[in-house]
Design a binder for this molecule. Structure first.
Ligand SMILES: *Cc1c(COP(=O)(O)O)cnc(C)c1O
Length: 372
């Protein structure tokens, strides 16, 4: 049996939507771009949506739009996909990592205040694996210290914190559509905000700093090519139309995993906080109990792969990767993140997984743990 870790769910209608764009002469900056943005803004519940070429491009523009610049300090989590910290370095600001909560694996609000200095301007807060960050506490801190918030909701499309959508907590929030996310456009991302000025800047930066007026080559500021083409947008529109079905299926998979993996000794199933009123699972990531080492975990990953089970170590600590080591980050800086990173195992999560496959995964997991 071969069970991939992730795979996009592309329906017949998705394929038809893509083909229909290819029958028109407008492949970029066309009607599908506007339609995608409009429908996405409505789904998340924000005034503006700006589609871009990737989640990373979206995070970069989000950082710029809040005026973050050289030597500013930006608080963020070390337990995430590296893009959530890289965007801070793009503008030569300084990422200040804060350790995570051992259960939710999101940034720990109780450790934030000790890291705030006169130079702190903003926080990049990630909703990891689809679980919302502790927004109540985070918004209180942001208000007290007048810090701006960028929400990296790239993993949390459809999740809710106390009934409120992820992607509505940041002054600017960002989503991503890489093929392993809950929905995909191949490559792509979306910036959402209620701030008109920020939205206008992002529309402009996305397209080389264009004025937005009906005039060709009317560039009024330094911008980028962070455009996404209409072919991708058509796929996005179609994928968004069945997102609730996808979220439900992934939730069923997570609950089925819990049922079969829950009783296995040495394995800790993912925690869902009471404030998470809707969980849109991006990854299903159980952890090995503390008695296992990183070496054990790496051997277990290999053994799982050997029996056809796709799996990965989501995520290694960002602060221990070379671009951050250079900034004086070192082992021991964020012990909870490091402990968890050494023990996580992301398991297959996509629309085609069956109960039978989950039983197969649980059976093999048990066998492998027994021998370790
Ligand atoms: C996927 C993801 C991104 C953006 O990824 P792209 O590949 O650039 O679209 C950013 N942050 C997190 C936490 C992600 O999971």
């Amino acid at each position: 049996m071969q069970i991939p870790l992730a795979r996009p769910d592309i329906t017949k209608r998705d394929r038809e939507a893509v083909l229909s764009v290819l029958k028109t002469p407008i492949l970029s900056l066309g009607p599908k771009l506007k339609e995608f943005e409009k429908k996405f803004a409505k789904y998340v519940g924000r005034k503006y949506a700006i589609a871009v070429s990737s989640g990373t491009a979206g995070l970069h523009l989000a950082i710029k739009s809040l005026g973050i610049k050289k030597n500013d300090e930006v608080i963020t989590t070390p337990f995430s996909f590296i893009a959530s910290a890289n965007c801070i370095l793009y503008e030569k600001a300084k990422p200040i990592f804060v350790d995570i909560d051992s259960r939710t694996r999101n940034i720990d609000p109780e450790k934030i205040e000790a890291k705030i200095t006169k130079k702190t301007k903003a926080m990049v807060i990630v909703d990891i694996f689809g679980q919302p960050a502790d927004w109540g506490s985070i918004l209180r801190i942001a208000k007290k210290y007048k810090l701006k918030i960028i929400e990296d909701s790239c993993e949390a499309l459809g999740s809710k914190y106390k009934g409120k959508n992820c992607g509505t907590f940041g002054e600017v929030s960002v989503f991503a559509f890489y093929p392993n996310k809950q929905m995909t456009t191949g490559e792509g991302g979306m910036i959402v905000t209620d701030n008109k000025k920020i939205a206008e800047l992002c529309y402009s930066w996305r397209n080389q700093g264009h004025s937005g007026r009906d005039k060709w080559l009317d560039f009024i500021r330094l911008g980028y090519n962070y455009r996404i083409c209409d072919i991708n947008c058509a796929l996005g529109i179609s994928q968004l139309s069945h997102i609730e079905k996808t979220i439900k299926k992934r939730d069923w998979i997570a609950r089925t995993y819990n049922k079969y993996l829950g009783p296995i000794k040495g394995l800790i199933i993912p925690y869902v906080a009471p404030y998470t009123t809707k969980m849109s699972w991006m990854h299903y990531v159980p952890q090995l109990s503390p008695k296992y080492s990183r070496k054990d975990r790496d051997i277990i990953l290999l053994k799982l792969r050997k029996v056809g089970i796709g799996c990965r170590d989501y995520f290694p600590p960002i602060h221990l990767m070379p671009p951050y080591r250079k900034l004086d980050c070192q082992r021991g800086d964020h012990p909870i993140c490091e402990h968890i990173s050494e023990r996580v195992i992301a398991l297959p999560l996509h629309n085609e997984i069956t109960e039978q496959q989950i039983i197969y995964i649980a059976k093999n997991f048990k066998k492998i743990l027994w021998k370790n």
